[in-house]
Design a binder for this molecule. Sequence first.
Ligand code: ZN
Ligand code: ZN
Length: 312
Amino acid sequence: MEHLHKIARFATVLVVAVSLVEAWFLARKARHQGKAYPWHEMGLSIADMAGRKVLALLPLSLATPIFAFAWHHRLFTVDINNVLAVLMLFVGLEFCYYWYHRASHRIRFFWATHAVHHSPNELTLGTAYRLGWTGKITGTSLFFAPLVFLGIRPEVVLATLSLNLLYQFWLHTTWIPKLGWLEYVFNTPSAHRVHHASNVDYLDANYGGVLIIFDRLFGTYVEEREDEPCRFGLVHPTTTHNPLVNQFEHWVSLGKDMLRSGNVLTAMGYLIMPPGWAPNGQGTTTEALRRQRTAASAGTQAVEPAVTIGAR
Ligand SMILES: [Zn+2]
Ligand SMILES: [Zn+2]
């Protein structure tokens, strides 16, 4: 176990170092173009990672009781000691990851954490480790508990999830082009650029981790188009340089919407409906934004969506 921790520490140092090298190159390019490089984005990502390392020391994670319960009631005991078992673990984790990620975009309670990952207005390698501080206390491990219930040891599930996230590091780049046939099977920088884009055409797409096949299977795959350059960041871009604001602004806006709602049913709606949902139908969910865009292009309605409620 100790050598696993050593590998994890080495991987952490490596990804931060590589992301700093990329930032140096991008800053140099920006300087040549007479532009300022947004170094604060790197600062926010490093603050995110540092904060998660500190929080990991506290016994706050819901994964421990959730996985303990699933392990206690497991159906089988599966040893990952042959190729077939490794393959099934890999595909099983991908399947769970797809639904975890899809829920993180479609349920505002989970989005309040995941929005932090989508807050950078530039897509850089530093984005990969800006994952939000509140994931461990919101029960995201529930999505991976079925694997433990089927008999895979909790530490194996967590280690595989870490490898999955490590794979995704290189996806957070703007300088790697489309990769031919790999685009059909794997999550690639091009597919993940679409995932991080807030263009109406690109919202809620490409949820896969290592593979893109579940997006293709469940109808959430969207290809990057030359005529639609990605606009990175949130629909309503975050401009803060303050790590605390960056981490908690979506929780604050969710809390405000719930308190303002005036009744329990509407408050629950804010909690479990997609980001942008509003009870009067005037929100800015992906579907509403697409309807408004269609109406605008038909010349029947104002072009800009009216945006006040249900931050996203
Ligand atoms: Zn996402
Ligand atoms: Zn990402």
